[in-house]
Design a protein around this ligand. Structure first.
Ligand SMILES: Nc1nc2c(ncn2[C@@H]2O[C@H](COP(=O)(O)OP(=O)(O)OP(=O)(O)O)[C@@H](O)[C@H]2O)c(=O)[nH]1
Ligand SMILES: [Mg+2]
Length: 263
């Protein structure tokens, strides 16, 4: 059976074998809930919990779940290295096993697994699908105004600085088809926090792959503690500014050649 036929008949219709990567650090109160919801919402997808040796025992809980469900897997990492590193390890895990698409999803319930079928439906005709909080039809529930403001301003800045037509470049609920991962040089990625999502958006945009956004219902976490920190915000601000400056310099350098060809 050829790859195209596989994609129609194996895994998620039109997308193929899908791995949902869920990075965890101290998500003992959330990991079982989120995995159960994913399995109920999209029974044909596999799940990989990428745990950074959480002191609260999240990894052991994930092992128990995986022991009872062949579609659930656990990647144990030695220590806390940040969201970006956990995702890169999860992507590599997926590619070694020939998955056709990977999904990024937080463990804390902010990304509703019930929205996953809509994201995967959009992935039939796209290389990257971004679950967006800031597109028509999206909803953000129970977020304090400071977080709303940070996300709106951060996304506006990223869009203007990087010239990307993406409304939620910092959002972490996404589908990457293997076509997108092939087009992006993942080895060059150094970002850790929100910057990781922006960097992958930027690389996908520059690679010219098809990016679509789908409205999601985003909810504030109910259990456990946030890992968001001023350092994570500062990293995103610094990196976006640096990429923006670098892109503008490159555009200016390219201009004389363009003028020489004119008219
Ligand atoms: N493996 C791993 N996962 C992490 C790390 N940091 C955060 N995570 C996970 O990444 C996801 C997002 O982290 P959150 O703490 O929810 O960050 P956030 O969504 O920006 O912040 P809140 O909105 O306040 O929850 C969660 O599933 C975390 O457990 C890390 O260093 N390693
Ligand atoms: Mg969160």
């Amino acid at each position: 059976m050829g790859v195209a036929a596989d994609r129609r008949t194996v895994g998620h219709p039109g997308v193929g074998r899908v791995l949902v990567v869920i990075p965890t650090y101290n998500e003992a109160d959330n990991v079982r809930r989120i995995v159960d919801r994913v399995r109920a919402a999209a029974p044909a997808v596999d799940v990989l919990v990428a745990d950074d040796n959480s002191p609260d025992g999240t990894g052991a809980i994930a092992d128990t779940i995986a022991g009872n469900d062949p579609r659930v897997h656990v990647l144990h990492r030695p220590g806390k290295e940040g969201l970006g590193a956990a995702y890169l390890a999860g992507f590599a895990w997926a590619r070694r096993r020939g998955y056709d698409a990977v999904v990024e999803m937080d463990a804390d319930g902010s990304h509703a697994p019930e929205d996953l079928p809509a994201l995967l439906a959009a992935a039939r005709d796209a290389d990257v699908v971004i679950g967006s909080r800031w597109t028509r039809g999206a909803r953000v529930l129970n977020w304090p105004w400071r977080r709303l403001l940070l996300s709106r301003v951060g996304n506006l800045y990223a869009r203007v600085a990087l010239g990307m037509p993406v409304s939620d470049a910092t959002g972490g609920y996404r589908v990457y088809r293997s076509s997108a991962l092939d087009a992006i040089d993942l080895d060059s990625v150094r970002s850790q926090g929100y910057a990781f999502q922006v960097e992958l958006s930027r690389l996908a945009h520059r690679a010219g792959v098809r990016i679509v956004e789908v409205p999601i219902t985003f909810a504030e976490r109910e259990h456990g503690d946030s890992k968001m920190s001023p350092l994570i915000v500062a990293e995103a601000l610094w990196r976006v500014t640096r990429w923006g400056v670098r892109d503008r310099r490159a555009a200016v350098r390219a201009r004389p050649a363009a003028l020489a060809r004119w008219p």
